[in-house]
Design a binder for this molecule. Structure first.
Ligand SMILES: Cc1cc2nc3c(=O)[nH]c(=O)nc-3n(C[C@H](O)[C@H](O)[C@H](O)COP(=O)(O)OP(=O)(O)OC[C@H]3O[C@@H](n4cnc5c(N)ncnc54)[C@H](O)[C@@H]3O)c2cc1C
Length: 452
């Protein structure tokens, strides 16, 4: 049977763009891609990239205060949100252009419109036309969840946060996951008064307990008003902002309320169930280890599958899909030991197991140190760095590394290589320290602080 395309990708985000480019560019496949919004998807347009640029912007406040203590004559003025936002928008336009050109250069035919699945080999475009394809790849990502609270529509999500007209004076962040915590730190750094509600007992659920406590304590000390065990009950528009009633019975007024309570896979309304694609309880497209759905010609990668919601993972899944389907080399994306970073202030870099999860698996040794790094202690700052290794007591393998410090994201990328290679505690010990650095502590941790 003749198809219009060998592959039709729905969604031009991290996973979809990579799969389309590699399939077309490296295997000569005829590829079509539909994107209903802006090319680049969440990461480029409303996720990692604008967020990281805002992290950079927000860190200058602390940096300038530190510079003064180091002897610089700095006059600290205000932050010009409009100037920053204009530059940010320019940068996102530039990156979107790069993505479009990369697709064009690989020979991918782009349809800048919404697409849905009509049958196992047919895609319907918003303009009413249909395209047939031997394989269809669903790469539609996810969307921020909004809680069902009274007048919840008064709040915004991470989609809107980068486009605010003005920097809010008082902001409520609802949620305790990594995006919520990052946003709380960003706005705190930019000079906004930040309150954070999280319904659980401690922010950053799922990460290492000691690291979570360390970060929460640091965030609070730097002015973020964290309310754990607290949720939003109702919201009402009032003069000067939004009045929020909390489940703990308190009333607050904020200029903006940002919901960052999680993301839902973008699978609704795509026609997937109608053609027999299995959808899971949380709306995720159910796939096997090769990203194949219950309909053999339809595959899915990235956030829509709700495996690990990270850009490099979506990219890996896209490349594994191309290896499997177009290069004759069945490849299951490897979801084990994925290093990641939380861009709170201070940053958190992590790879492998938390202490809590490692305990469940067998006897462990925990090596951990919290100390004042040189550049902070010199100016009398009390901010501490946390360096922690979780070691299997039987095999001596390092099962987890946790770093809370400036630049922890950069450090964990490299520690991740060692952990992925199966490094033991003794391998870490045999490695000569780089001095004077913070990360040298990772290779000089002598005695376990706990065994379990
Ligand atoms: C605020 C924020 C910060 C983040 N920070 C990080 C980070 O620091 N590091 C990290 O690794 N990850 C981060 N992420 C997560 C990361 O952005 C996602 O994991 C990644 O973008 C997923 O890629 P994807 O290809 O699955 O989907 P997406 O990038 O979401 O792309 C999906 C695309 O599909 C399009 N689409 C949807 N439905 C249709 C349709 N029917 N027809 C046509 N097009 C459609 C959408 O418009 C979108 O462009 C962050 C996310 C957010 C929200």
């Amino acid at each position: 049977m003749d198809f219009d395309f060998d592959l039709f990708v729905i969604g031009g985000g991290s996973g979809g763009v990579r799969a389309a480019r590699v399939a077309a560019g490296e295997t000569g496949a005829k590829v079509g891609l539909a994107e209903e919004s802006r090319m680049g998807g969440t990461c480029v347009i409303r996720g990692c990239v604008p967020k990281k640029l805002m992290v950079f912007a927000s860190e200058y406040a602390e940096g300038m205060h530190e510079a003064v203590d180091y002897g610089w004559d700095v006059k600290i003025g205000g932050f010009d949100w409009t100037k920053f936002r204009t530059r940010l928008e320019g940068e996102l336009d530039r990156l979107e252009g790069v993505y479009n050109r990369l697709l064009e250069g690989s020979g991918v035919t782009v349809f800048p419109q919404r697409a849905t699945v009509a049958d196992a080999h047919t895609v319907r475009l918003a303009d009413g036309t249909t395209k047939t394809a031997k394989h269809i790849l669903i790469a539609t990502g996810g969307w921020p969840s909004i809680p069902e609270v009274e007048n919840g529509e008064l709040g915004i999500s991470s989609n809107e946060v980068f486009h605010l007209e003005e920097l809010p004076k008082r902001l409520l962040v609802v949620g305790g996951g990594y995006i919520a915590c990052e946003m709380a730190c960003i706005f705190n750094g930019l000079g906004t008064e930040v309150t954070q509600f999280y319904r659980g007992a401690q922010i950053l659920r799922g990460f290492d307990g000691e690291a979570r406590g360390h970060i929460a304590e640091h965030m609070q000390r730097h002015g973020i008003d964290i309310h754990c065990g607290t949720n939003i009950l109702s919201m009402e528009k009032v003069d000067g902002g939004i009045e929020v009633r909390s489940t703990t019975g308190d009333t607050f007024t904020f200029e903006e309320v940002l919901f960052a309570i999680g993301r839902t896979p973008n699978s609704a309304g795509l026609g997937l169930e109608e053609v027999g694609v299995e959808i899971g309880r949380r709306g995720e497209v159910v796939v096997d280890q090769y990203s194949q759905t219950s309909v053999p010609s339809i595959y899915a990668i990235g956030d829509v599958t709700n495996r690990v919601q990270l850009t490099p993972v979506a990219i890996r899944e896209g490349m594994a899909f191309v290896d499997t389907v177009f290069k004759g080399n069945p490849t299951a994306p490897d979801h084990d030991l994925i290093p990641s970073a939380v861009f709170t202030q201070p940053e958190y870099g992590t790879v492998g197991l938390s202490e809590e999860d490692a305990r469940e698996k067998g006897p462990i040794e925990v090596y951990s140190t919290a100390f004042r790094p040189m550049h902070k202690s010199f100016i009398g700052r009390d901010d501490r760095v946390l360096m922690k290794l979780i070691v299997c007591a039987d095999t001596r393998r390092v099962l987890g590394v946790h770093i809370v410090s400036d630049h922890a994201g950069e450090m964990i990328q490299l520690a991740g290589v060692a952990v992925k290679m199966g490094a033991t505690k003794e391998d870490f010990d045999r490695t000569v320290a780089v001095h004077p650095t913070m990360s040298e502590e990772l290779v000089t941790l002598k005695t376990p602080v706990r065994t379990a």
